[in-house]
Ligand binder design. Structure first.
Ligand code: ADP
Ligand code: MG
Length: 387
């Protein structure tokens, strides 16, 4: 991979002498969906898939970007004196946003850079290629210029830039999982306090299989904001009867007792998901620690039902894949993962059932939509590093 990036760097910019190569991972969330902006818990792991960059610092303040995933748009130029989002800047608004966020925090970037990127994670599928690109950029800036920031800061800076520069109101999970990833571990994160714990993800005789529906519905951003607004209204209503700061503070019984204070029935359903999903996440981590994968899988399945029926962020294509997975012997659990309305499912599948699983899902998907899903057997990997 290193050689491929350096070769491309040389081809694009003349010489790769002095260029360094870096990596930051994408992530898959095992359980705890749409809880990260509700003060709840999430349980993602970083992947060994992610985004690579070859980078060399320049003597001036020019920025040159090239992505092997977007070859057709060629080299996009910008400058450190013009760190503003432009529509025509396309994907470079992500790394530029991170540079802007560093400067917002008083870390002036002294030199421009030439950059070549390559990602082996599908874009826009809910595996957080955008967060991996943000964390990668922050990691590069720290390494090249010696800024005093922790990996956790890289996550916060990435989220800040995606919120403020790229206009996507995401929670902290994606960037945190990418920046703090640890091989063979999932990250149990309390998004209210950022306290976290690594849980060993040793799945004896099982694999984590991500299935890409290759569907991305156009309503994603507005629907996402609607869900956030529902949860905020529900919280305000609940605060008239109980002293909470976020939905994540309630357990199921407390929610049931207080839920009639939520005026709008749809807001009530959305809040129910946030509360119950958070509790499922707590239980899932306990189950994993006790090596009780059966319970873990059942909680994943219940998470899907709640995301489908209460939170309403699934879609027909994803439900087809999950329904087909549930029917396969040897599937421990299967659910939608990521923001929703398309993207991927995550399943835990016994080794001997992986091939049957792929065949069954391919067949069901082909029959319903005349297209093939894509499968990735994934492993929990480390956070960002230099190659
Ligand atoms: P997700 O984060 O789920 O993959 P997003 O829509 O949030 O989906 O982010 C995808 C966007 O991130 C891409 O459209 C592109 O702008 C940017 N991006 C991710 N990976 C790369 C890459 N390797 N090269 C260039 N841009 C990338
Ligand atoms: Mg993203």
């Amino acid at each position: 991979m290193k050689k491929q990036l350096l070769d491309k760097f040389e081809e694009m910019y003349g010489s790769a002498e002095g260029a360094e190569v870096y990596f930051a991972p994408g992530r898959v969330n095992l359980i705890g969906e749409h809880t990260d902006y509700n003060g709840g818990h999430v349980f993602p792991c970083a992947l060994t898939l992610g985004t690579y960059a070859a980078v060399k610092r320049r003597d001036d303040d020019l920025l040159r970007f090239f992505s092997m995933n977007f070859e057709n748009v060629g080299v996009i130029e910008s400058s450190l004196s013009d760190l503003k989002p432009y529509e025509e800047a396309g994907w470079t608004n992500y790394p530029k946003g991170v540079m802007w966020a560093f400067e917002q925090r008083g870390m002036k970037i002294p030199n421009g850079m030439d950059i070549v990127l390559f990602g082996n994670i599908p874009n826009g599928s809910g595996l957080s290629s955008s967060a991996s690109l943000e964390v990668l950029t922050g990691f590069i800036l720290r390494d090249l210029f010696g800024f005093d920031v922790t990996n956790q800061d890289l996550a916060l800076i990435g989220q800040f830039s995606e919120n403020q520069f790229n206009g996507c109101n995401c929670g902290i999970m994606d960037q945190f999982a990418s920046a703090m990833g640890k091989k063979d571990h999932a990250i149990f994160l309390d998004t209210a306090s950022l306290e976290f714990e690594y849980a060993p993800l040793v799945l004896d005789g099982m694999k984590i299989v991500v299935t890409n529906s290759k569907v991305k519905h156009s309503l994603v951003d507005s629907a996402y904001n609607d869900r956030r607004n529902s949860c905020e209204r529900a919280l305000k209503d609940l605060q008239t009867v109980c002293g909470i700061h976020s939905l994540g503070e309630l357990n199921e019984a407390e929610f049931e007792q207080a839920k009639n204070s939520i005026k709008d029935p749809d807001d009530r359903l959305k809040a129910k998901h946030a509360v119950y999903e958070n509790q499922r996440t707590l239980k899932a981590v306990e189950a994993l620690k006790a090596n009780d994968l059966t319970t873990f899988g059942q909680l994943m399945n219940a998470s899907h039902v709640s995301l489908r029926d209460d939170y309403e962020v699934s879609c027909e294509e994803i439900d087809t894949l999950v329904d087909a997975a549930w029917k396969v012997d040897g599937v421990v659990g299967s659910r939608i993962t990521g923001g929703g309305f398309g993207g991927c499912t995550v399943s835990i599948v016994k080794d001997e059932a992986v091939e049957t699983f792929k065949a069954a899902l391919s067949q069901a998907y082909k029959k319903a939509y005349d297209k093939e899903p894509e499968f990735y057997v994934v492993e929990a990997g480390d956070g960002p590093y230099k190659l």
